[in-house]
Design a protein around this ligand. Structure first.
Ligand code: RB5
Length: 143
């Protein structure tokens, strides 16, 4: 599984923790699209970089982090084919895969903290889309 990571300055530290966590796992390749420091940057650049990596199939999933997760998820969702889910707990992370076939999880670094952020990521990457009636609904989003 290939996963692209992206964050602005507000999400940089959590993005680094997620990178460390995922890099230890067998079968996961992490591609870091930045940012690479706590210097102030504009989140759309990183939202778009990860979204483009997902739609071009360079990666299977994306993970985005900013202070709240709001701006970077809005930016990613402007790219056709992206279903970026702003998740606040393991329940929303799980349902975003089961029901929405989300291809990006967006997290708010100051909303979640490290442990919950990592738990959301684990749930997201380990949950399969349920299909069925949800495939019809996701199809309507894509239309
Ligand atoms: C940056 O200060 C902050 O606005 C950004 O990280 C994000 O939370 C925007 O939605």
């Amino acid at each position: 599984m290939k996963i692209a990571l992206g964050a602005d300055h507000g999400g940089f530290e959590l993005k680094e923790k997620i990178k460390q966590h995922l890099s230890k796992k067998e079968g996961i390749e992490v591609i870091d699209k930045g940012t690479n420091s706590k210097e102030s940057v504009d989140y759309p650049k990183y939202g778009h970089a990860v979204a483009n990596a997902v739609v071009s199939k360079e990666v299977d999933f994306g993970i985005l982090v900013c202070t709240t997760g709001v701006g970077i998820s809005i930016a990613a969702n402007k790219i056709n084919g992206i279903r970026a889910a702003l998740c606040h707990n393991e329940y929303t992370a799980r349902l975003s895969r089961l029901h929405n076939d989300a291809n990006i999880i967006a997290l708010g670094a100051r909303v979640l903290g490290e442990d919950l952020g990592l738990a959301c990521v684990e749930t997201f990457i380990n949950t399969e889309f349920e299909g069925g009636r949800h495939a019809r609904r996701v199809g309507k989003i894509e239309q």
